[in-house]
Design a protein around this ligand. Structure first.
Ligand code: NAD
Length: 308
């Protein structure tokens, strides 16, 4: 297939790009190298892809673009990520990169032959929902980030409903693995333990998370793109949860060094617990997570320890 991957130099986008190229597909990336974290890290993420004759990249901002490439499938991953940074004046960026950018893409592709438009949504659309959460539960985000991602998910749905654009939304639950963003927990915790530095945990560490390994997320994107399903949202998660305290112990055991932990106040916008029911993805996409947290952490420690 000829695929468009937006946010191709980001954490998940670059993993997806490499996988598509490895399977013989052509990838056109769009990337604007936003300043949320360093360009150097993102350049490293796409260094291997840049060597491939099947990869090309448009260095641009989606909101400023008039035209997009003619492709079979769109994997829309670009966004301003991060719950904690979404308060205050920076919400402008969330509106622009998450809502406006999605609307621009949908508007362009609505009249074109597209096999699938796969949107990267998030568990943050649920807020503090009853667990394990199913896709038909009330979506009521508790962070500005969640609001912006839900607005874009709703846009994907309404372009399917009104224009027949075959959109699918994948609600990822905390993704981890090689290239994880530097602001995210497993990256921060692993690097701190490897270097013998202090870890700051928000709250008492008893909050629990359903962590999802990036290769599983990449596979979900591929299955969504090649399925017959449209107009639907799916939970993409391991379907099991672990507390932040237990996660840090697991990383420390895997590294073989102690964790030095300090606690700071709870962050506004963070859900207390997340846990997904993933039976819909299993039934309609034939998708199930394959990497459990032990295996995923072992792979992460291996990857991060080669880069400290
Ligand atoms: N990482 C997670 O745990 C997680 C969980 C749920 C959902 N998601 C979603 O998955 C997607 C990818 O997340 P990630 O962690 O890889 O983030 P990331 O920040 O590593 O990647 C996003 C990329 O998009 C680019 N970008 C942002 N706005 C752009 C624009 N207007 N035009 C062109 N490029 C632009 C950024 O420069 C960045 O490289 C996002 O949509 C995010 O909301 C991520």
């Amino acid at each position: 297939m000829r695929a468009l991957v937006t946010g191709c130099a980001g954490f998940i986008g670059s993993n997806l790009t490499d996988r598509l190229l490895a399977e013989g597909h052509e990838v056109i990336g769009i990337e604007r190298f936003s300043s949320y974290y360093s360009r150097e890290l993102k350049e490293r993420n796409i260094a291997a892809a840049r060597e491939s004759p099947d990869f090309s990249m448009l260095e641009d901002d989606i909101v400023d673009m008039e035209e997009f490439p003619d492709v079979d499938a769109v994997f829309h991953l670009s966004a301003q990520a991060g719950v904690r940074a979404s308060w205050g004046k920076s919400f402008d960026t969330y509106i622009r990169d998450n809502i406006l950018a999605t609307q621009r893409l949908l508007e362009f592709y609505k009249d074109r032959e597209l096999k699938k438009f796969v949107y990267s949504s998030t568990s943050s659309v649920y807020g503090d929902a009853e667990l394990p959460v199913r896709e038909d539960r009330l979506v009521r985000p508790i962070s500005p980030y969640g609001v912006s991602k839900l607005a874009a998910e709703n846009l994907c749905y309404l372009y399917w409903k009104n224009h027949g654009l075959p959109t699918v939304s994948l609600r990822y639950f905390t993704v981890y693995g090689p290239r994880q963003r530097p602001d995210m927990g497993i990256n921060r915790f692993t690097n701190a333990i490897l270097k013998g530095e202090k870890i700051t945990i928000f709250g008492d560490g008893e909050q629990t998370r359903d962590f999802t390994y990036v290769d599983d997320v990449v596979r979900a994107n591929y299955l969504a793109a090649t399925s017959d399903v449209s107009g639907e949202s799916f939970n993409i998660a391991a379907g099991s949860s672990i507390s932040v305290n237990d996660l840090i112990s697991l990383i420390a055991d895997t590294v073989g060094k102690p964790a030095i932990v300090e606690h700071s106040g709870k962050e506004k916008g963070d859900a207390a617990h997340t846990l997904a029911d993933t039976s819909k993805a299993k039934e309609l996409l034939g998708w199930e997570a394959e990497v459990d947290i032990r295996e995923g952490i072992a792979r992460c420690v291996d990857w991060f320890s080669q880069r400290v």
